[in-house]
Design a binder for this molecule. Structure first.
Ligand code: PGA
Length: 256
C-alpha cells in the first residue's frame, strides 16, 4: 500500500450468491464491522438483483456498491444485458470487468474487456479490471507476457486523465476459489509488473495513482502479509467476503 498516492480498496465479490433478502441481512451484518475503516474504501460487488437492497442497507455509510458485469453499449437490443448508465443511475460506483470466470465461462475476450472499460469510464463508473494467468501459463514461464498483454489490451484508448479512476486486480486463475494463495513474493512481483506496464503506457504520475489489488483466496490470515507490499493496494475478495468476520479482518488489515 502507498496511501500517499492512491486509495486502498477492499472489494467483496459475492459472485452468484445471495438472494435480495439474504443480501440485505449480509450487508446488515457487514456494515457495523467495517464502519470504522478510515483509511480503506470498502466496496461490495453484488449480483444485479441485490444492488437495490445493498444500496438501501448502506445509505449514509462509506461503503460503496459495485456490480460484477455490464454491457458496453448504452442501450439497445441486447437481451439480458445491463448498461453502465443503468448502474450509475441506481447509485453504483464500481464494476468488475473481465473477471476470469466471465472470460472462461462467457467468452469474454481482451477486446470485450477493453470496450467495457471504456464504456464504464465514459459513464462515470470505476472499473475493477481483472487480469491473471492460468497455472499452465505460470508453469510455462509466460506469466509476464500474459499479464502485460491483458493490461495493454484492457487499457487501450483510455485517456490518461482517467487512469486514476480505475482499479486493476491481479487474480492468478489458479488461486481463485482454490484455497491456494499466491505467495507474497509472487503477488508483489506481478502487481509491480502491472504498475510498470501502466507507467510505460501512461507515465509515472498516472501509474502511481492506480489502485492495484490482489485477488485469489485472500483471507483473514494472509491479508496483512499481502497488503504490506508497496504495490498491493487492496484486495478483491470472493469466498471470504461472504463471511462477515473474515471480511472485517481483511478490511482491518487494510486499515492499518
Ligand atoms: P476467492 O475469489 O477469494 O474466492 O478466491 C476471488 C475472486 O474471484 O475475485
Amino acid at each position: 500500500m502507498n496511501r500517499r498516492y492512491r486509495k486502498t480498496i477492499i472489494a467483496g465479490n459475492w459472485k452468484m450468491n445471495k438472494t435480495p433478502k439474504e443480501a440485505r441481512s449480509l450487508v446488515d451484518a457487514i456494515r457495523p464491522l467495517v464502519s470504522k475503516a478510515k483509511w480503506c474504501t470498502t466496496v461490495l460487488c453484488v449480483p444485479f438483483v441485490d444492488i437495490s437492497p445493498a444500496l438501501k442497507a448502506t445509505r449514509a455509510t462509506k461503503i460503496a456498491i459495485g456490480a460484477q458485469n455490464m454491457h458496453w453499449e448504452a442501450s439497445g437490443a441486447y437481451t439480458g444485458e445491463v448498461s453502465a448508465q443503468m448502474l450509475v443511475e441506481m447509485g453504483v460506483k464500481y464494476v468488475i470487468v473481465g473477471h476470469s470466470e466471465r472470460r472462461q465461462y462467457f467468452g469474454e475476450t481482451d477486446e470485450i474487456v477493453n470496450k467495457k472499460v471504456l464504456a464504464a469510464m465514459e459513464a462515470g463508473l470505476k472499473p475493477i479490471i481483472c487480469v491473471g494467468e492460468t497455472l499452465e501459463e505460470r508453469e510455462l514461464g509466460i506469466t509476464e507476457e500474459r499479464i502485460r498483454l491483458q493490461v495493454k489490451r484492457a487499457l487501450h484508448g483510455v485517456n490518461v486523465e482517467n487512469i486514476r479512476r480505475l482499479v486493476v486486480a491481479y487474480e492468478p486463475i489458479w488461486a481463485i476459489g482454490t484455497g491456494k494463495t499466491a505467495t507474497v513474493e509472487q503477488a508483489s512481483e506481478v502487481c509491480t509488473l502491472i504498475r510498470d506496464t501502466i507507467r510505460e503506457l501512461f507515465g509515472a504520475r498516472a501509474a502511481r495513482s492506480v489502485t492495484i489489488q490482489y485477488g485469489g483466496s485472500m483471507n483473514a490470515e494472509n491479508a496483512a502479509g499481502l497488503l504490506s507490499q508497496l504495490n498491493i493496494d487492496g484486495g478483491l475478495i470472493g469466498g471470504a467476503s461472504l463471511k462477515p468476520e473474515s471480511f472485517k479482518a481483511i478490511v482491518d488489515a487494510a486499515n492499518q
